[in-house]
Design a protein. Sequence first.
Length: 186
Amino acid sequence: MAGEDGIVSGMAGRYATALFELALESKAVDQVQSDLKAFDALIASSPDLTRLVRSPVFSADEQAKALAAILDKGGIKGIAANFLRVIAANRRLFAVSEIIRGFNALVAKHKGEVTAEVTVADTLSDARMDEIRAALKQVTGKDVQIDVTVDPSIIGGLKVKVGSRMVDASLRTKLNSIKFAMKEAR
């Protein structure tokens, strides 16, 4: 079973594992992943949808009705749409983002990919993304999916986290190190 390796756990992990196994059985992993990515993007772009998903104030029926309209508008069909309806009916819609993350982790492991969390001060060009991806592939020996977060507070450079390993090459950290070294020199 996919969940036995410890990638995903808890309630969200059980749902993610069940969805992954169903998608794998149906040979629809890429389609389900694409649909879930679209749904996750809809949540991220709409505060009202975020409130609908997370708030216990809405009944299962209200969530189901709203979800049906959202799925139609977003063009989300098939296994992903049915799965989202099931978690809404089971009052688990609040965990959908965590379920999607778990599903994506299972897909990445299945495909032999690694996900790297990269934090940068400013948006990266496609060429720079390719350079980072190539460098990470050389280090890990696997295909690397990059999850980029823009955080201007790091000033420059980047932070990279792959699994439990982290490299902090941000300008902010380097400046703090110099500041600390100068305090010690007094």
